[in-house]
Design a protein around this ligand. Structure first.
Ligand code: ADP
Length: 393
């Protein structure tokens, strides 16, 4: 509802004093009676009112020395946010229609309007102008949003393409590196196994060092390949019912040789003889191997590593607990991301790609499971893998 007070102002641009008085008199019988009216009879006088704000303008189209359309354009340019009602002569229908198309809110034919017409026209024009401005603002906002959405789409496409290129690069690089590195491993293995005759102790020594370096290189290439495959969505799981306890015993047996080199003991703690989950045995085995391997790598000699398996209603929890170097709260935030090796002296002395935990988490996610970590710097770490359970015997 438009409520008019003395604070509201109307501008009347009319060069005929009689017509201007008529407008003012008619206004007295309308809701606009309390409004202040400013009367100007030529365009030069407008200079004094340039900065004023009016609720509406009543504009005589036929000012001397200037064409009606130009008059309208000039006033509309000066007061672009104010509704304009043009006052026309009897024969001006076409002209009035044209000016309304140009942006005037309404027109009144001189000598034919009464206070009701004038009030209706003023109210309608004020509402209409406000609505037009709201729509214009909304249009601008949605245009800005569209531009932003277009930019985002472009950026997303660019990043997707970079990511794809990176995946392809990783995959090609890994395959090209793997084949020659495997050949090196086989040939050194043959020489070490006496296929090329007896070796002098020094020769054996050098070759064993070469063999180990080559194994480390192959492990990093394999990590890169595994990550490229999982990122590219090329991992297909072959899920089957597997007994997690048996699988963990097996992994512990496999890595015990490595633990012995550091005089470490790995033991399994569980109250249940068998826990069955629906999982891809190969991939879950590699996840566990990675966690035990890390526990060995990042713990000092003669320490103990515990693997504790327990169950709740729907989950089996496998915990890998070491009393090794631990990980600070800050560094923990970086883990499970690609190439997230922690920057400390101990890490510099050990080998690794920083890809194992990232890959492990992706594989566990594909099993609808979770992997997390509790750790205290200097005291040790506990990695926990939770997998959905099928049945407990
Ligand atoms: P990698 O061991 O090949 O570097 P991972 O992704 O398996 O890669 O591990 C990432 C980093 O997390 C390691 O470089 C190490 O700094 C830290 N980390 C992993 N496991 C442990 C652990 N049991 N104790 C301390 N730090 C660990």
């Amino acid at each position: 509802m438009v409520k008019m007070t003395q604070n509201h102002k109307l501008l009347i641009i009319e060069d005929s004093l009689g017509d201007a008085r008529l407008v003012q008199e008619t206004l007295k019988d309308t809701d606009f009676r309390d409004c202040k009216t400013t009367l100007v009879d030529n365009l030069d006088q407008l200079d004094q009112h340039k900065k004023s704000r009016f609720q509406a303008i009543l504009l005589d189209l036929h000012l001397s020395d200037i064409k009606p359309l130009d008059t309208f354009r000039l006033i509309n340019g000066l007061y672009p946010t104010t509704p304009i009602i043009v006052l026309t002569g009897l024969d001006d229908d076409n002209l009035a229609a044209r000016i309304v198309r140009e942006g005037a809110q309404d027109y009144l034919v001189k000598g034919t309007y009464d206070s009701d017409n004038l009030q209706r026209s003023l109210k309608y024009s004020i509402y209409r102008k406000k609505a037009e401005q709201r729509i214009a603002k909304q249009k601008q906002a949605s245009k800005r949003l569209k531009t932003r959405a277009d930019n985002f789409e472009g950026e997303t496409k660019r990043l997707e393409s970079i990511n794809k290129t990176k995946d392809v690069f990783l995959s090609i690089a890994s395959h090209q590196l793997r084949t020659p590195a495997t050949a090196v491993k086989q040939y050194i293995g043959m020489v070490l196994n006496g296929f090329a005759g007896d070796l002098l102790p020094a020769q054996r020594n050098y070759l064993e060092t070469a063999y180990q370096s080559n194994e480390r290189q192959l492990k990093i290439v394999d990590d890169l390949l595994k990550v490229a495959r999982i990122d590219g969505g090329y991992v297909t799981l072959h899920k089957e019912p597997i007994n997690i306890i048996a699988l963990i015993r097996n992994v512990i047996e496999d890595v015990s040789g490595l633990a012995e080199t550091k005089k470490q003991k790995i033991f399994l703690e569980t109250k249940v003889p068998e826990v069955v989950t629906h999982a891809d045995a190969n991939n879950i085995r590699m996840v566990f191997e990675n966690l035990i391997d890390n526990a060995i790598k990042y713990s000092a000699e003669k320490t103990k590593i515990k693997v504790a398996v327990s169950t709740t209603d729907n989950w089996v929890n496998c915990q890998f607990i070491d009393s090794g170097i631990g990980i600070s709260a800050d560094d923990q935030k970086k883990l499970f991301q690609k190439f997230s090796r922690i920057d400390d002296a101990f890490n510099h002395a050990t080998n690794g790609s920083g890809l194992g935990l990232y890959w492990a988490r992706e594989i566990v996610k594909l099993h609808n499971g979770e992997i997390d970590l509790e750790s205290t710097k200097g005291k040790g770490s506990k990695f926990q893998v939770k997998l959905p359970v099928m049945q407990t015997v």
